[in-house]
Design a binder for this molecule. Structure first.
Ligand code: PRP
Length: 220
């Protein structure tokens, strides 16, 4: 059995064509079904529906052989394992180029970020991406107090919880709707395929087949 961990939403939708290229059709729609293990047209391949942040954990501990998750999630997971996903037993063979977005710093439109940074003030930064934010501001020599949140980061500057947020931006609509502006582009994000290193050795042929089919599909 080959088990692939995916999160619902954009990653799931954008993975379907890649799976199709590998001859795999998922038989259930996670938006309609409450099932967490989805069968495919191939009896030996199944899909787990997990939270995006849990994908590396499922793959690391062998709950899934493969997973697809954002670079943001992988960097945060790697930070817990000394900064390397290899140390977490994960192999990252492919940037799938799907679910593209960016990680940015955003502030209220009336907050003078440039002056705050220049004056060396201590910035209060709310984010789910604590490691990425810590590294980014440390490299700039900006002192920050990081406030960990799990979602709806855009609220933090609006209610005085933080001066700035570090969050994913795709269309920019969420920032705009909450009167926030992007002041720094930290990095581009896309989704990556991760593989359990031990599974790759034990189930080399079927896993390689999937990796190769994905690679061929994204090269098109
Ligand atoms: C992400 C992100 C932003 C939003 C950006 O949230 O945290 O809130 O999408 O997209 P946009 O630029 O196209 O508006 P998501 O909906 O994934 O939920 P989350 O709050 O759980 O991260």
């Amino acid at each position: 059995m080959i088990t692939l961990a995916l999160s619902k939403g954009r990653i799931f939708e954008e993975t379907l064509p890649l799976l199709r290229a590998a001859g795999i059709e998922v038989l259930d729609d996670p938006e309609k079904s409450r099932k967490l293990i989805l069968a495919t047209n191939q009896p030996e391949v199944r899909v787990l529906v997990v939270r995006a942040t849990d994908v590396p954990t499922y793959v690391q501990y062998g709950g899934a052989d493969l997973g697809i998750t954002g670079k943001d999630t992988l960097l945060e997971h790697a930070a817990e394992w000394g900064g390397s996903i290899g140390a977490a037993g994960l192999y990252q063979p492919l940037d799938l180029g799907i679910a593209k977005c960016r990680i940015s710093v955003a502030v209220r439109a009336d907050f003078d970020y440039a002056s705050a940074v220049k004056q060396g003030s201590r910035l209060q930064v709310a984010t789910k991406y604590v490691s990425i934010a810590r590294e980014f501001f440390a490299a700039k020599g900006v002192h920050v107090d990081l406030i960990k949140l799990y979602g709806s980061m855009e609220l933090a500057p609006l209610v005085g919880l933080a001066d700035a947020i570090v969050d994913l931006v795709s269309t920019g609509n969420t920032l705009k709707a909450n009167h926030l502006v992007e002041v720094e582009h930290i990095m581009d994000i896309s989704s990556r395929l991760v593989v359990n290193q031990a599974a790759l050795k034990l189930k080399q042929a079927p896993i390689r087949k999937i990796i190769d089919a994905f690679a061929a599909a994204i090269a098109k």
